[in-house]
Each structure stands twice: as structure tokens, then as C-alpha cells.
Design a protein around this ligand. Structure first.
Ligand code: ADP
Length: 477
């Protein structure tokens, strides 16, 4: 089996190989991927540092062309790359292809942004002086990504970093190196100069930690767990570097008495269980007012019976497997905790056997949950959701906001008054009305508040805040 190597200073370099395993069929080895050492990570940082002066002054047409070519190739290969994604992560083929298209669109968007770099020229408050405000690249950017969006998250960090003239050390999640390797391969063939983008696949505690500890990494963008996010923050403060964190969520989805029942059920099922519930924007707290509660729970149960849980690559599968054994253990542990806490397991939660050995779990719905329970406060990151019954809208909003997290909040209602009030008062970075909490556009800001996120927003034009630094220049006329 060919070893997919790391890329350092423009050269593909070896290392120990680690097998990339398909969670739908653990007998299926997707490929061998090199595991970088701390020395490799240091060499990658040095290469990115050396490449920065030239790349930061590269022409916008060169950046545009490389990003554009990358977008074109990703989109042309969407079926193949989407399949690779589903094979290594376990989301369905439709979701894998959809995510791949999104990655292509992100590169396309930032190809355009490269041609739209602009500053401001304004008069000084003093006579005969001009003031120019420009944006410059930050330097070497460390990119650390999680396993749940193997192509979209690397794309939404790599594309803006390159667009604005930064160089990169990129460490993907160990579980899903395939899509990251593919993106880097495409970018290199699209003409990226040596050292501008360095790929170091491997362990967080080794490769990631080396990036955190390096004074030569000027910015780190991280998506992953709250615990690792804190480490990134502390190390970044130590080095006085810029950092951006996207971490957990415990997103609420409110269903009011006046909701359209079908809209509410479809959005709740999508929010809680699609992509196997493994999205930071997934909703695991469904907060339902008492007038619609019983009808809603009944309809959810019916809808959940129709879900097909099977091999991610099989036609007709709605929900693929959980990503690996340790995540599956976490999910089943929380199901046991929910029962111990006194919530009622109304549907699902059992392990499933399929034709191939994989991590199959029937999506679980708890009812009679309270917001104080651990299953309502802690991120589970699997297909497990609980219904919390409330009296009215005011209580629903209070419960929705009673969480340490603040990424995405959803509501199902036909009331303009309540929708408007919720949009203003939900303590979250993103609010969804009659839509699932997950599923966002690629050209607008993404991110949260409270314990979910730190730093400026990702995606769209707001990405410039992180990947550039502002310069103010004064000139005497
Ligand atoms: P998850 O639970 O989703 O795997 P993690 O925070 O453990 O979340 O992982 C997200 C990313 O952070 C992965 O690429 C992982 O390898 C990396 N990572 C883990 N530990 C560290 C660390 N000490 N320093 C830097 N990166 C790390």
C-alpha cells in the first residue's frame, strides 16, 4: 500500500505509516499515512518561515490562479473526494459529496477575494498629511483541524490563509488524513511555491504541541475540543500570538406551540442526528413548550423509525456510523448517564449490527430531561438528543441560553414576534428560524460566543480579521 507522505519545504517526506480505517467497515484500510515527528514539525515551521517573505509579496493574480485551480479540481473530483471523505469519516455519501462541493466553493470564494484586497485612504486630522490603512498578512499560520469535517474545515482555514498572503503549517486530525492529503496535493499541483503550505500529519500531543510551543508560529487557528482549545489559548498567550478557537456546542432547538409540526420535526431530526450528530452545530437539546410536546415527541419517534442507519457508502443510508470506538464509547456512556439521571430513553440508543463490522448506533432520543442533567449540559458529539419540556416561550429562551456554550440556536415557530425576539436574545453566534441548527453557507461568518469560540469569525469576508493585521501609515504631502 502506498504511503501518503507529509509535505515539508515542497518535498514529500516519509515517516511511520498509520492505517486510515473506514468506520463503516473496520476491515477496510483506506491507506497508509505518514506520521510526522516533532522534528518534522519544526522543519515545517522553518520552511513556512522561510517562504513567508516571498509569498507575502506575491501578486494577487498568482494567488487567485492557484486558489481558482484548486477550486476547479475539487469540484471536478467531487464524487471521488466525497467518497473518500465518507469512507474515512462515516458521514453519508450525499453528505460527503456536499461537504466536498462546499470546500470547492470556499476556494472559489477566496480566489475572488484575492482580487478584491483593498485598504482605505483618508485625510489626517492634521493638514497636509495623508493616512493609508492597509491589511498585511500575519506570517506563519498554524492550522489544527478536527475529524468531523475532513475537507470543509481545512478548506475554510487554508483558503483565506493563502489568499491574504500567509504561509502555513497544517496538522489535520489523525482519524481523517485522507481529504487533507488530497487538498494539499491539489494545491501543490496548482502551483503553490515550495514551503508556502506544509503538511504534518500526526499526533496532537507531538505535532500540534510543537506548533503551540514555537515562537515562529504567529497565529493558530484551531477547531476541536474545549480542552485542547484551552491549551492553544494558554500557549498562544505565552507567545503573544493571534489565536482563534472553535470548540464545543450544546445547541438548543426550541419548538413552540405555534410551530408547523412537520417543519419542527424535520429540523430537529436533521439538527440532532444527521452526520451522526457529530457536528459542533448539532442540536442535542430540544426545548418544547407543553401545548405541542406530546404531538412533537410522537412525531419524532415516527420519523426516527424511518431512519436507515448503515454503511455510509450504501445508497439509501440516512445516518452512517460513529467515527470510532472511543467516540462510540462516549455516546453509550452518556446514554447510560441519561438513564441514571432519570431521563426516559424514548427511542433508540442500542448498538446495531450490519453486514460489515462498524460503529453503528441507533440514534437516541431522551424525553423528560431537565436542563440541569449532564446530558443537557455536556457535549456528547453523537446521535443523542433530549427533549426538555417547558411552559412557554420565556422559559424556552431562558433554558436555551442556560448553557456554557453559544454556537448555534434554533427555533421552530410561526410567530414573527417570537422569531424576532429569539434572533435578538439567543446567546449564540448563529441563529436559525425554522431551520436546523446545523447547515451553514460558505460565504458568511461562522462562529459562536461564550464557551464555544474565541477570536474573530471564520469564513466569508470576516475571515480577513484573523488572517491579516492592519497597518496605518502617515505621509507628509
Ligand atoms: P476531538 O475530541 O474532536 O478529537 P481534539 O481537540 O482532541 O478534539 O482534536 C482536535 C485537533 O487538535 C486534532 O488535530 C488533534 O490532533 C489536535 N490536538 C490534540 N491535542 C493537541 C495538543 N496538545 N496540541 C495541539 N493540538 C492538539
Amino acid at each position: 500500500m502506498t504511503l501518503h507522505q507529509n509535505l515539508i519545504a515542497g518535498e514529500w517526506v516519509g515517516g511511520d505509516g498509520v492505517a486510515n480505517i473506514n468506520p463503516s467497515d473496520t476491515n477496510d484500510v483506506i491507506g497508509e499515512y505518514a506520521r510526522a515527528s516533532a522534528e518534522d514539525a519544526k522543519a515545517a515551521i522553518a520552511a513556512a518561515k522561510a517562504a513567508f517573505p516571498a509569498w507575502s509579496r506575491s501578486g494577487i493574480l498568482e494567488r487567485h490562479a492557484i486558489l481558482r485551480k484548486t477550486a476547479d479540481e475539487i469540484l471536478a473530483r467531487k464524487d471521488e473526494l466525497g467518497r473518500l471523505l465518507s469512507r474515512e469519516e462515516g458521514k453519508t455519501l450525499a453528505e460527503g459529496i456536499g461537504e466536498t462541493v462546499r470546500a470547492g466553493q470556499i476556494f472559489d470564494f477566496f480566489a475572488g477575494e484575492a482580487l478584491r484586497l483593498a485598504g482605505e485612504v483618508i485625510p489626517s486630522v492634521r493638514p497636509n498629511i495623508g493616512v493609508e490603512i492597509t491589511r498585511e498578512p500575519v506570517g506563519v499560520v498554524g492550522i489544527i483541524t478536527p475529524w468531523n469535517f475532513p475537507i470543509a474545515i481545512p478548506a475554510w482555514k487554508i483558503a483565506p490563509a493563502l489568499c491574504y498572503g500567509n504561509t502555513i503549517v497544517f496538522k489535520p486530525a489523525e482519524l481523517v488524513p485522507g481529504c487533507s492529503w488530497a487538498i494539499v496535493d491539489i494545491l501543490v499541483r496548482a502551483g503553490l511555491p515550495k514551503g508556502v503550505l506544509n503538511l504534518v500529519m500526526g499526533k496532537g500531543s507531538v505535532v500540534g504541541q510543537t506548533m503551540l510551543d514555537s515562537p515562529d508560529v504567529q497565529a493558530i487557528t484551531f477547531t476541536g475540543s474545549t480542552g485542547t482549545g484551552k491549551r492553544v489559548a494558554l500557549a498562544s498567550v505565552e507567545h503573544n500570538r493571534k489565536y482563534q478557537l472553535e470548540m464545543g456546542g450544546k445547541n438548543p432547538f426550541v419548538v413552540l406551540d405555534d410551530a408547523d409540526l412537520n417543519v419542527a420535526v424535520e429540523a430537529a431530526v436533521n439538527s440532532a442526528f444527521f452526520s451522526t450528530g457529530q457536528r459542533c452545530t448539532a442540536s442535542s437539546r430540544v426545548i418544547v413548550t407543553e401545548g405541542i410536546h406530546d404531538r412533537f415527541v410522537q412525531a419524532m419517534g415516527e420519523r426516527m423509525k424511518g431512519l436507515v442507519i448503515d454503511d455510509a457508502l450504501k445508497a439509501g443510508t440516512h445516518i452512517g456510523p460513529v467515527v470510532d470506538q472511543s467516540q462510540l464509547n462516549q455516546d453509550t456512556d452518556y446514554i447510560a448517564i441519561g438513564k441514571q439521571e432519570g431521563a426516559k430513553l424514548a427511542f433508540g440508543g442500542e448498538l446495531l449490527k450490519r453486514d460489515t463490522p462498524g460503529f453503528y448506533l441507533q440514534p437516541a432520543l431522551f424525553t423528560e430531561a431537565t436542563n440541569q442533567m449532564r446530558i443537557s449540559q455536556e457535549e456528547i458529539f453523537g446521535p443523542v438528543a433530549s427533549v426538555i419540556r417547558v411552559k412557554d416561550y420565556d422559559e424556552a429562551l431562558a433554558v436555551a441560553n442556560d448553557t456554557p456554550f453559544g454556537l448555534s440556536s434554533g427555533i421552530a415557530t410561526t410567530s414573527l414576534k417570537h422569531a424576532t425576539h429569539f434572533k435578538r436574545n439567543a446567546e449564540a453566534g448563529m441563529v436559525m428560524v425554522n431551520l436546523p441548527t446545523a447547515g451553514v453557507d460558505f460565504h458568511v461568518p461562522f462562529g459562536g460566543r461564550k464557551g464555544s469560540s474565541h477570536g474573530s469569525r471564520e469564513q466569508g469576508r470576516y475571515a480577513a480579521e484573523f488572517y491579516t493585521t492592519v497597518k496605518t501609515a502617515y505621509t507628509l504631502a
